[in-house]
Unconditional design. Structure first.
Length: 148
């Protein structure tokens, strides 16, 4: 999932849109305004990259994602919406984000709001076998690539 999509899911969750199966044009506009308001509240940025149709599509995807989507949104809203390792000297983040485990899954850690944090895919993949403390002490850091 891209960072902007996670932010949109968080804004949708916070906007508490309800579940109209066939919303009217006015209901769609009010829902989009509520999501935009939550977006600004979460990000502090009034640049909004989504259309009303995309908001509706993502709202449906969030509802269909079940518990996994709700946990990811809960983690982001509780512990932070950006990669935990952002600006912590472990290299740049990528745009793909996932729910990472504080207490690692391989060591019995469940994916719950209490045991989760948002991590970009680059940092999450790099620290798979390490605790947060071990990773922070390690010399590992992501690298910038220019896509070539």
């Amino acid at each position: 999932m891209k960072q902007s999509e996670l932010l949109l899911w968080c804004a949708i969750s916070q906007a508490d849109l309800g579940c109209a199966d066939r919303p009217t044009a006015d209901q769609r506009r009010r829902a989009a305004l509520a999501v935009f308001t939550e977006w600004v509240s979460l990000t502090g940025d009034s640049s909004f990259p989504f259309t009303i149709d995309e908001i509706e599509q993502h709202s449906l995807r969030l509802r269909k994602s079940g518990e996994a989507g709700k946990v990811k949104v809960g983690i982001a809203l509780t512990h932070g919406i950006y990669c935990y390792f952002r600006n912590r000297g472990k290299g740049p983040c990528c745009d793909e984000v996932e729910a990472g485990h504080i207490w690692q899954k391989w060591d019995g850690g469940p994916l719950t709001i209490e045991n989760g944090q948002i991590e970009c895919r680059a940092h999450n993949n790099q620290r798979r076998e390490l605790s947060i403390e071990e990773y922070m002490k390690s010399g590992k850091a992501t690298e910038v690539t220019d896509g070539r």
